[in-house]
Design a protein around this ligand. Structure first.
Ligand SMILES: Cc1ncc(COP(=O)(O)O)c(C=O)c1O
Length: 470
């Protein structure tokens, strides 16, 4: 039998909360407004809201209206380590959370996008201008998968620094690293397969897992040691893991870098338990050390590693140029890449190949890494000064992302909403797990022009946290 109208309305609103359309702590439309919007009586809406209150989804505040319960989508208990399948809610949540990432009026601590002074925009402008003047036919040419040979040559040269000896034919150009990760998971796994991921994980991987109907096992990750290899081993013994997506260098969001021993053990585990390692190395070149870390791919004697990266974090996120070294999955990956997009834009591939060829990249990297380090020090000092006692931060050795752990009674979703009201963006911890963890954590992008305004914004975030405790 069909459920009554008020129940249908309640279900619809509950779904919207679940999808992140109404965030925890957010005000939902008033009874009168909903009654008008849905063309139903006030009494029906009241019944629906009362049912939602019974279900613990919303809460009435006298004189103020109805608000989504703070506990929605949250739990402080670490999730059990077991495969879970998601239903699209992480995608909806992220779309809500990141919609402000283009808004110039907001201080962008949220999205992992470097501000333009950290990108070689002038050189790229000259390069694109020259290309359009001298080779305008470039716009008419498809650069079919696997992509520009000169770019693949330059990538092979750069990857020597990570210990990889590659031929251009080992490399497929992709639309950023996200596309490389998607193609890799498509090639390795089929719906229902189980993938081990870091926890907290880069949210783009969560979205891929969701859309490919895969199951995820979230393996806890610490800022000091990265993914917990004992727990990964336990999981691999218990479940058939098809692949493990791992970011060995400057992990997003927690900033961890694996030591040499952990890298060896990870490769050993992939051989022993027969899973593919999908190495996401998008922050590999942003290590603060003089020499970048060796990649897992460099020691991949048994061909169990797929390597994914891009120039989005170091040259031009908007160019959408990434690549994948697929190993034994290369043919499949290339096939999927071709079918999905035929080609990656010729202009941006050529501009990046030219930029790499002219030797300015290393100089650019040295400069930006130094600025990131300076920003990190400033950022950590401000957090220590202005945030409540009990706040901790990660200690990244590269990249530009800081993971902030607040006292456990502080709700990072509430902080997100209040921060936005103050024109400050951040990414709350819930975005980094499929199992509603990290409710008192957030990630902060420090690839910003650091000035008095940024200082003030961080100070304000500290005050907002303090207010939740008072
Ligand atoms: C760990 C990680 N992998 C992949 C990506 C996606 O990179 P791209 O912009 O090249 O698609 C990001 C972007 O934030 C990231 O942080």
């Amino acid at each position: 039998m069909d459920c009554p109208l008020y129940e249908k309305i309640a279900n619809q609103i509950e779904q919207q909360v679940h999808e992140g359309i109404f965030l925890p702590g957010a005000k939902i439309p008033s009874v009168r407004k909903s009654s008008k919007q849905m063309d139903v009586s006030v009494a029906t809406v009241l019944q629906a809201y009362s049912l939602l209150e019974d279900r613990g989804v919303i809460k009435a505040r006298p004189q103020k209206g109805y608000f989504v319960q703070e506990t929605q989508l949250q739990q402080n208990e670490p999730a059990k380590i077991e495969p879970t399948q998601n239903d699209g809610s992480i995608h909806a949540l992220l779309r809500r959370l990141l919609h402000v990432s283009q808004d110039e009026s907001i201080i962008q601590f949220g999205a992992a996008i470097p501000k333009s002074p950290f990108l070689p925009i002038r050189q790229l402008q000259r390069s694109v201008g020259r290309l359009m003047r001298l080779e305008p036919e470039i716009c008419a040419a498809y650069e079919f998968t696997p992509g520009s040979l000169s770019l693949r040559r330059q990538i092979a040269i750069r990857m020597l620094d990570s210990g990889c000896q590659l031929q251009p034919d080992d490399i497929t150009i992709t639309l950023g690293c996200q596309n490389a990760l998607m193609l890799s998971l498509q090639a390795v796994a089929k719906p229902g397969d189980t993938i081990a991921i870091e926890s907290p994980a880069y949210h783009g991987v969560l979205q891929i897992i969701e859309v490919l109907n895969l199951k995820a096992i979230e393996i806890p990750c610490s800022a000091q040691h990265g993914i917990d290899l004992n727990l990964l081993e336990e999981a691999a013994k218990e479940w058939q893991i098809k692949a493990c997506v791992v970011t060995p260098n400057n992990q997003n969001p927690i900033g961890a870098t694996l030591n040499t021993q952990a890298r060896k053990r990870l490769i050993q585990q992939s051989i022993q338990y027969n899973f593919t390692l999908i190495e996401d190395d998008v922050y590999g070149e942003l290590s603060y050390k003089d020499k970048r870390e060796r990649s897992l791919k460099a020691d991949d004697k048994h061909n169990t590693v797929i390597y994914c990266s891009s120039f989005s974090k170091s040259i031009a996120p908007g160019f959408r140029i990434g690549w994948v070294v697929g190993g034994r999955f290369q043919a499949q990956i290339e096939h999927y890449a071709y079918v999905q997009s035929l080609a990656v834009p010729t202009l941006t591939q050529t501009a990046i190949a030219n930029f790499l060829e002219n030797g300015a990249y290393d100089r650019h990297l040295r400069k930006t890494r130094q600025s990131y380090q300076d920003n990190l020090i400033r950022c950590q000092a401000l957090i220590q000064e202005h945030f409540p006692k009990g706040t901790h931060t990660s200690t990244p050795q590269g990249g530009f992302l800081l993971w902030v752990t607040l006292p456990s009674t502080i709700n990072a979703m509430t902080l997100y909403t209040q921060a936005l009201d103050n024109k400050i963006g951040l990414l709350p911890g819930l975005a980094f797990s499929l199992t509603a963890q990290f409710s008192h954590h957030f990630r902060l992008n420090y690839a910003l022009n650091w000035d008095n305004q940024t200082d003030a914004a961080l100070k304000k975030l500290g005050q907002l946290c303090q207010q939740q405790l008072d």
